[in-house]
Design a binder for this molecule. Structure first.
Ligand SMILES: Nc1ncnc2c1ncn2[C@@H]1O[C@H](COP(=O)(O)OP(=O)(O)OP(=O)(O)O)[C@@H](O)[C@H]1O
Length: 886
C-alpha cells in the first residue's frame, strides 16, 4: 500500500521561507504596508498521521490510508482506494480511479502527515496586518495540535511560535524610535456563549463593533505581556478552563471554539533616539496625554495589528461519535455554528452580487467577521485524518476549504496618526448626518410649513414693533419742533414788547420807522421760517403716519394670514390625530366584531358536530335498522337543529334533490341495506369552502352496512351541497365499506382534501338500489329522512352569513390597518428627524471639544491613544500585568 510521505522535509524546509511579507510585528513597521492589500483567503490543508486506534483497523478491516500529496505540495488526493489510483510518484492514474471515489483538490499548500510543526508555522503561520489563522476540521484531526501543540520543544504549535517571533522581532528592532505594547486575550465560545478564559467570572460577553476597533468582545480582559513566558502562563490558565471532553474519536476533544487574541501596538516616537532606550516608553506617553511634561516627545503614529488565532471545535457526525445527553447538545451547537460559518463562506464566494452575508447567525461568524471578507489576512488550516473511516468527513472538510479559497479580504494597516484623524472622521459623520437630515426633512412638508409660518409671524411682529417705535420717535421730534417754535414766537413777542415798551433809547429807536420796519421784517422772517419748518414737519409726520399705518396694516394682514395658516395646520394635525384615534377605535371595534363572529361560527360548528355525532350514535344504538327509528327521538337528538321538518317528498326535499343534482353528478355509491337517515343528516358533507372540518369519524354497525355488491365507495373529491345552500368541507379521508361491513379508508390523492362522508353513510344506510345522495330512498317514507334532511338547513345559511360578515370585517380591518400604518410612518419620520437633530448637536459638541483639545495640546504633545501603562521594559520575570479591558 502506498504510504503518505513528507516531501517538505526532503526538499529542505528551511529553504522554503515565508511567502508572506514578514512577521506580524515586523509588518507593522514596513513602509509598503501603507497601501491596502486585497487578497484571497489563504487555505492550506494538513493531514495528521494515523492514530494507533486507526492503525489497529476496525473489525476485520486493516488500516487504509486515503490521502496523498502530489509533488509540489499543492494538490491533495483523497481516494477510497489510494493504491489503485495513485502511482508511486503520488500522481493520479486516471483509469484506475474510475471504480473508486477519488477526489483531487488544489490549495495554497498541503502538508502531509510527516510535516513538522516548524514548517507549518513558517509557511502558514507568519502573518502581517490584522491577521487570523483558523483551524477547521473534523474532530480529532489535529486542530488543537496545530494551533497550540506543546508549549516547548519541537511540538510547539502556531500560537507559541507566533508569540516567540513577535518578541524576537521586538527585541531586535534596530529602530530606537519604535516602541511596542503587546496585549493578549483568550476567549471561548461554548454553546453559543462567549466567555473570558482568563477571567472566568466574565461570561455571556457581547460582541460589538465600532469604526475604530472593528469587531471586538465587550468586557474581554486584555493582559499586557512582556515575554513569551507570560503568554504561555496565560495560555495554560485559559486551557485549563476551556471546555473539553472525551468522545469516541478524541480523548481530549475541544467542545468550544477558542480564540487567542494578540494585539501589538507600535508607536513611532521621533526624538526618542536622543533619550536613549532606557525607561518605559508607554508610561511616558501616557503622562504626555495627561498634559504634563514638555520634554515628552510627540507620538507620530500608532500602528495596531491584531492577530486572531482560532481553534475551532471539530465538526462531528453524532452517530459516529455516539454523543448523547450533554455531549449531544454540545455537538448540535458546534455543528450549527460551523454550518453558519459555511453559510457565510458560501455567501462570500457567491459570484452573484454580495447582498447579505449572514455574519449574525452565530457568535462564531460574528466574531470572525473581520477575518472573513474584512480587513484581515486570513489563513484557514483545514485538518483531515488519513484513514478510510474518516473518508466522508475528510471529503466534506476539503470541499469546505475549497470553497473558502475564493473569499477576498481587504487588509490594511490600522493606523491612528493622531486626533486629527478622529476629527476628520467626526466631520465626515457630521456631513453625512446633515445630508441625511436634509433628505429626510424634504419629506416632512407640513411641519416645515408650520415652522416657516411661525418664523414669518415672529418676523412680522418684530417689524411691526420697529415701525411703531419709529413712529413714536417721529412724533416726539415733531412735538419738540413745535415746542421750539412756540418758544421762539414767545421770544419774538417778548422782544417786540421790549421794543415797544423799552427804555428811552429803545423807545427812541421804536420811534424810528425804519428800525420798526426792519424789526417787523425780521420777526416775520423768523416766523415764516418756523412756520415753514412746522409745515414741513407736519407733512412729514402725516407722511410717516400714513406709511406707518399702511405698513402696520400690511403686517396686520400678514399676521392674520399667518395665524390662519397656523390654525389650519393645527386643525389638520388635530384632525389627523382624531382620524387616527377614530381609525384605531374602528379597528378595535372590527376586531371585536370579528372575534364575536368567529365565536359564533365556532359555536355553530361545535353544535353541528355534536348533532352529527348524536345522530350517528343514535343510528349505532339502533342496529335493527333506521327504518324503525322514532322520529321524536331523532328530533330530540337533533335539538334546535331539527328545524321544521317537512313531510317526506315535500317541496323542500325535492328542491334539495334538484340542487344536489345541479351541484354535480351523484356520487358513485353502491347499494346498501339501511335507510337514508345518516346520508340525509350528512347531506351537507362535500367539498365546500367552510373554514372548519369535522374530526369526527363515524362508525357504522356492521349489520347495517352489508352492501349488495360487497363494497360501498365514496368518491373522493366529490361535493354535495347543503340544503340551505352552504357547503361543508370535511378533511377526513373517504371510507369504503367492505362486504363484511367494516369500514376502511380509501387512500387517494384527494383523500386528504375532500371526503363526502355523508354520502357514504347515505348509501350504507339506505336500503335497496344504489341511489344518489339526497335522493329520498325507500326509507324516506318513514319521515325520518325529512326531519334529518331539514335539520341542518337553518345552520349552513347562518354559517355562510357569519362567514361573509367575518370576511367583510376582516377586509375592512386590513384597509383600516393600512391607513393607520401610513399615519404611523409619517410620525416615525418625524421622530427619526428629532433623533438625528439630537445626534447632530451631540456630534457638533464633540467636534468642538476635540478641536479645543487639539488647540490646547498643539505644541506640547500629540500622544493620545497610548493610555495603557506598563511598568518596566521587556524582559519577562514577574507576572503579566493587566491592561485595560475591552
Ligand atoms: N500532526 C500531528 N502529529 C502528531 N499527532 C497529531 C497530529 N495531529 C493530531 N495529532 C494527535 O491527534 C489527536 C487529536 O488531535 P487534536 O486534539 O489536536 O484534534 P482536534 O482536531 O483539536 O479535535 P477536537 O476537534 O475534538 O478538539 C491528539 O492526540 C494529537 O496529539
Amino acid at each position: 500500500m502506498m504510504g503518505c510521505t513528507s516531501r517538505h522535509l526532503a526538499q529542505g524546509a528551511p529553504a522554503k521561507t515565508s511567502k508572506y511579507i514578514s512577521s506580524f510585528a515586523r509588518h507593522l513597521s514596513t513602509a509598503e504596508v501603507e497601501s491596502d492589500v486585497s487578497s484571497s483567503l489563504q487555505v492550506v490543508v494538513r493531514i495528521r498521521p494515523p492514530l494507533s486506534r486507526e492503525l489497529r483497523g476496525t473489525g476485520l478491516r486493516p488500516y487504509q490510508c486515503t490521502t496523498a500529496v502530489e509533488p509540489g505540495e499543492r494538490n491533495v488526493i483523497l481516494s477510497e482506494n489510494l493504491p489503485a489510483v495513485v502511482n508511486q510518484q503520488g500522481n493520479m492514474v486516471t483509469d484506475g480511479g474510475a471504480l473508486y471515489n477519488t477526489y483531487r483538490f488544489t490549495f495554497d499548500c498541503v502538508y502531509d502527515q510527516h510535516c513538522p510543526q516548524e514548517l507549518v508555522y513558517r509557511q502558514s503561520g507568519q502573518q502581517g496586518y490584522n491577521a487570523a489563522i483558523i483551524a477547521y476540521g473534523q474532530t480529532g484531526t489535529g486542530k488543537t495540535y496545530t494551533m497550540e501543540g506543546a508549549m516547548e520543544g519541537p511540538d510547539r504549535g502556531i500560537i507559541p511560535r507566533t508569540v516567540e517571533d513577535i518578541f524576537t522581532y521586538i527585541v531586535n528592532d534596530p529602530e530606537p524610535s519604535s516602541k511596542y505594547l503587546v496585549r493578549s486575550s483568550y476567549l471561548q465560545i461554548y454553546n453559543e456563549v462567549v466567555s473570558d478564559l482568563l477571567k472566568p467570572e466574565r461570561s455571556s460577553l457581547s460582541i460589538r463593533e465600532d469604526r475604530r476597533r472593528g469587531v471586538f468582545v465587550e468586557g474581554l480582559s486584555e493582559w499586557v505581556v512582556r515575554s513569551p513566558a507570560e503568554v504561555y502562563q496565560l495560555m495554560q490558565r485559559g486551557q485549563a478552563l476551556r471546555a473539553t471532553g472525551a468522545t469516541k474519536l478524541n480523548e481530549v476533544s475541544s467542545r468550544s471554539h477558542a480564540v487567542c487574541v494578540i494585539i501589538v501596538e507600535k508607536c513611532t516616537t521621533p526624538g526618542a533616539a536622543e533619550e536613549g532606550a532606557a525607561g518605559a516608553p508607554w508610561s511616558r506617553s501616557s503622562s504626555s496625554t495627561n498634559g504634563g511634561d514638555a520634554a515628552v516627545p510627540a507620538i507620530q503614529s500608532i500602528k495596531v495589528g491584531k492577530l486572531n488565532l482560532v481553534d475551532l471545535a471539530g465538526s462531528e457526525r453524532v452517530h459516529v461519535t455516539g454523543a448523547v445527553g450533554r455531549r449531544l447538545e454540545e455537538s448540535k451547537k458546534i455543528n450549527a455554528s460551523l454550518s453558519a460559518l459555511g453559510n457565510v463562506i458560501a455567501a462570500l464566494t457567491d459570484r452573484r452580487e454580495r447582498s447579505h452575508i449572514p455574519y449574525r447567525d452565530s457568535k462564531l461568524t460574528r466574531l470572525l467577521e473581520d477575518s472573513l471578507g474584512g480587513n484581515c489576512r486570513t489563513t484557514m488550516i483545514a485538518t483531515i485524518a488519513p484513514s478510510l473511516e474518516a473518508f466522508q468527513e475528510s471529503l466534506s472538510t476539503l470541499k469546505f476549504a475549497n470553497r473558502a479559497k475564493n473569499i477576498q479580504n481587504e487588509a490594511h494597516v490600522n493606523e491612528d496618526v493622531d486626533q486629527r484623524t478622529l476629527l476628520r472622521k467626526y466631520e465626515r459623520e457630521l456631513r453625512r448626518l446633515r445630508d441625511e437630515l436634509a433628505r429626510r426633512s424634504r419629506n416632512v412638508v407640513d411641519k416645515r410649513a408650520l415652522l416657516v409660518a411661525e418664523e414669518q409671524a415672529k418676523r412680522a411682529e418684530a417689524d411691526k414693533l420697529a415701525a411703531l417705535t419709529a413712529l413714536q420717535e417721529r412724533s416726539r421730534e415733531f412735538l419738540r419742533e413745535k415746542e421750539e417754535k412756540r418758544a421762539l414766537e414767545l421770544k419774538i413777542q417778548a422782544m417786540q414788547s421790549q421794543l415797544l415798551s423799552g427804555g428811552s433809547s429803545g423807545a427812541a429807536l421804536q420811534e424810528v420807522p425804519a428800525v420798526r420796519a426792519m424789526l417787523q421784517r425780521e420777526a416775520n422772517k423768523v416766523k415764516e421760517h418756523y412756520e415753514a419748518r412746522i409745515r414741513a414737519l407736519e407733512a412729514e409726520r402725516q407722511d410717516a403716519e400714513g406709511s406707518a399705518s399702511a405698513e402696520v396694516d400690511r403686517y396686520k394682514q400678514l399676521l392674520l394670514k399667518q395665524r390662519d395658516i397656523m390654525i389650519a395646520l393645527t386643525a389638520r394635525l388635530n384632525e389627523r390625530d382624531e382620524r387616527i384615534n377614530s381609525l384605531q377605535e374602528e379597528l378595535d371595534a372590527y376586531d371585536r366584531y370579528q372575534r364575536q363572529l368567529e365565536d359564533q361560527l365556532d359555536a355553530k360548528t361545535t353544535e353541528l358536530i355534536s348533532l352529527r355525532k348524536a345522530a350517528v350514535e343514535h343510528a349505532a344504538a339502533s342496529p335493527a335498522g333506521l327504518r324503525g327509528v322514532d322520529p321524536s327521538a331523532l328530533q330530540n337528538a337533533l335539538g334546535d337543529w331539527a328545524g321544521q321538518g317537512g313531510a317526506p317528498g315535500s317541496q323542500h326535499q325535492h328542491q334539495h334533490h334538484h340542487q344536489q343534482q345541479q351541484t354535480g353528478p351523484p356520487l358513485d355509491v353502491a347499494s346498501s341495506a339501511s335507510g337514508a337517515l345518516s346520508g340525509e343528516l350528512a347531506a351537507g358533507g362535500g367539498a365546500g369552502q367552510a373554514p372548519y372540518s369535522t374530526p369526527f369519524r363515524g362508525a357504522l354497525p356492521p349489520g347495517s352496512q352489508s352492501a349488495a355488491n360487497g363494497t360501498l365507495a365514496g368518491h373522493p373529491g366529490r361535493s354535495g351541497s347543503m340544503p340551505g345552500g352552504g357547503l361543508i368541507h370535511h378533511s377526513l379521508p373517504p371510507l369504503v365499506y367492505s362486504a363484511d361491513g367494516t369500514a376502511v379508508e380509501l387512500q387517494g390523492p384527494d383523500s386528504q382534501d375532500v371526503t363526502p362522508r355523508g354520502s357514504v353513510w347515505s348509501s350504507s344506510m339506505g336500503g335497496g338500489d344504489p341511489a344518489p345522495v339526497g335522493t329520498p330512498g325507500p326509507s324516506a317514507a318513514n319521515g325520518v329522512t325529512t326531519t334529518a334532511n331539514e335539520a341542518p338547513s337553518a345552520s349552513p345559511g347562518e354559517i355562510a352569513e357569519l362567514r361573509a360578515a367575518a370576511l367583510t370585517a376582516a377586509k375592512e380591518r386590513s384597509a383600516l390597518q393600512q391607513i393607520l400604518d401610513s399615519k404611523v410612518r409619517v410620525m416615525l419620520v418625524e421622530i427619526i428627524n428629532e433623533v438625528l437633530l439630537e445626534r447632530l448637536s451631540a456630534l457638533e459638541a464633540l467636534v468642538h471639544r476635540v478641536s479645543e483639545a487639539i488647540g490646547s495640546s498643539s505644541g506640547s504633545s500629540g500622544g493620545g491613544s497610548a493610555s495603557v501603562n506598563t511598568s518596566g521594559g521587556g524582559g519577562g520575570g514577574g507576572p503579566p500585568s493587566r491592561g485595560g479591558s475591552g
